[in-house]
Design a protein around this ligand. Structure first.
Ligand code: ADP
Ligand code: MG
Length: 357
C-alpha cells in the first residue's frame, strides 16, 4: 500500500544510520576507495583515465533509466561528431555534465542550487528547472503502481533543497562522509526536484561529493555499473527508507556499491596502464622512427582516432599523420574501419578493457 508521508529534513537520527554493521562495512569501503584514490594519483595520464572511465559511467547511469547505447556507437559519435541518435546524445550530455560539475568544484569548491539546475539542464536539454507543477509521482515500471509521491509544492521543494545543500557542502560533520553520501543520495532522489533527470543528476552529485570531501581527486568512481547489476534492490531500498525510515539495508547497499566499484575501477586502471606500457614498448621496438609518447597516448584518449586528431596533437602534415596511423595498424596497435567517408583507427584492446566490468 502506498501512503504519503512528509519527507523529513536532514539529518536522520544517528542511531538509525550508524549501526555496528554499517560501521563495519564503512571501513571496508573506505579502504577500497582510498586505494583507488592512491592508484589514480600515480597514473601518468589522468586526463586519459577520466575520459575512459567517465564515458562508461555515462553509459551505465543512462542505462539505469533505460537509455541504452552501445559503447561503439558512443565512441564513434565522439570521434566523428555525428550525433544523431537521441540516446547517444543523452549519454554524451551526461558525460558533459560530469565534466561541468567537476570544473565547478575546482573553481568554487561547493555547489549552489543553480549549479545543480545547470547540471540537470545539461542532461535533459530543457529549461524547466525545479518542479513548479504538481502531479509528479514515482511508479513501478512494470505494474504502473505508484510507489512514492515526492513533495509537490515548489516552496517545500526549495526548502528541502536548501537543507540538502547545507549538508552536501558541509565538510566538517559528525557523520562519516561515505554514510552521508548514501543519506544525501536518498534525500535528493526523494525530493525529486525535477520533472526528469533526477536519477542521473543525483548520481553525478555522488561523484562530486566524494571530490568535495577529498576522497577522490578526479571523477572516476562508477557507482552506476553496480546499481545496474543490482537495480531492483536499488529501487526497493530507496522505497524502504521512504516508507519506514529504515536506513540500515539501504546504507549498506550504497557502501557495498562503493567498495565493489572501487575494486573494479582499480582493476580497470591497472589493465589500462599495463596496455599503455606494452603499447609504448611495442611501438618503440617495431616503429622507432615514428615513436612519440603523445602519439600513443592519443590512442588511449581517443580509442577511436582519426587522422585529424594526429594532425592536431602532433602538429604534423596530414600525409605524415596518415602514414603514422598506417604503420601503427601494421604492427597491430590499431585497426582501421571506414565509417561513412571517414577512416577511424580503433584501439580495440583498450575498448575491450573498457567494456569489461
Ligand atoms: N522509491 C523511490 N524513492 C526515491 N527515489 C527513487 C525511488 N525509486 C526510484 N528513485 C529514483 O528516481 C530515479 C528516476 O527518476 P528520473 O527523474 O526519471 O531520473 P532519470 O531521468 O535520470 O532516470 C531513479 O534512478 C532513482 O534514483
Ligand atoms: Mg527519467
Amino acid at each position: 500500500m502506498h501512503h504519503i508521508k512528509n519527507l523529513d529534513k536532514l539529518p536522520p537520527k544517528r542511531e538509525n544510520v550508524e549501526t555496528l554493521e554499517i560501521l563495519r562495512q564503512l571501513s571496508k569501503s573506505s579502504k577500497s576507495l582510498g586505494e583507488l584514490k592512491g592508484i589514480a594519483q600515480i597514473m601518468p595520464n589522468q586526463e586519459m583515465l577520466i575520459n575512459a572511465v567517465v564515458l562508461q559511467e555515462a553509459k551505465d547511469s543512462s542505462e539505469i533509466e533505460n537509455i541504452i547505447t552501445t559503447q561503439d556507437e558512443l565512441y564513434e559519435a565522439l570521434a566523428t561528431k555525428s550525433i544523431d541518435g537521441s540516446q547517444v546524445k543523452e549519454v554524451i550530455n551526461y558525460r558533459r555534465a560530469i565534466f561541468l560539475g567537476h570544473d565547478l568544484l575546482k573553481k568554487q569548491g561547493y555547489l549552489r542550487l543553480k549549479d545543480i539546475e545547470f547540471l540537470q539542464k545539461t542532461i535533459v536539454e530543457n529549461n524547466a528547472g525545479v518542479r513548479s507543477m504538481a502531479g509528479t509521482v514515482l511508479r513501478n515500471d512494470k505494474t504502473g503502481e505508484v510507489v512514492y509521491t515526492p513533495p509537490q509544492e515548489k516552496e517545500q521543494i526549495l526548502d528541502l533543497l536548501s537543507n540538502f545543500l547545507d549538508h552536501f557542502n558541509l565538510k566538517q560533520e559528525d557523520t562519516p562522509p561515505l554514510i552521508n553520501l548514501a543519506i544525501l543520495h536518498y534525500q535528493f532522489e526523494s525530493i525529486h526536484p525535477f520533472y526528469d533527470g533526477n536519477g542521473r543528476t543525483g548520481r553525478i552529485l555522488n561523484i562530486l561529493y566524494l571530490i568535495i570531501n577529498d576522497l577522490l581527486d578526479i571523477p572516476i568512481l562508477y557507482l552506476s555499473s553496480y546499481i545496474n547489476d543490482n537495480k531492483s534492490d536499488y529501487y526497493r531500498l530507496l522505497n524502504k527508507v521512504n516508507k519506514s525510515d529504515e536506513w540500515e539495508e539501504y546504507i549498506l547497499y550504497m557502501l557495498k556499491a562503493i567498495e565493489e566499484t572501487s575494486k573494479r575501477t582499480i582493476d580497470k586502471i591497472n589493465s589500462i596502464n599495463n596496455l599503455l606500457v606494452d603499447t609504448i614498448e611495442l611501438v618503440q621496438s617495431k616503429e622507432p622512427k615514428i615513436y612519440r609518447k603523445e602519439l600513443v597516448e592519443l590512442l588511449f584518449e581517443q580509442p577511436y582516432s582519426k587522422i585529424e586528431h594526429v594532425v592536431q596533437t602532433l602538429n604534423v602534415e596530414r600525409k605524415a599523420a596518415s602514414r603514422y596511423l598506417s604503420s601503427l595498424e601494421q604492427i597491430g596497435v590499431v585497426a582501421s574501419e571506414k565509417i561513412g567517408r571517414e577512416t577511424i583507427y580503433i584501439n580495440r584492446k583498450l575498448i575491450k578493457i573498457l567494456k569489461e566490468h
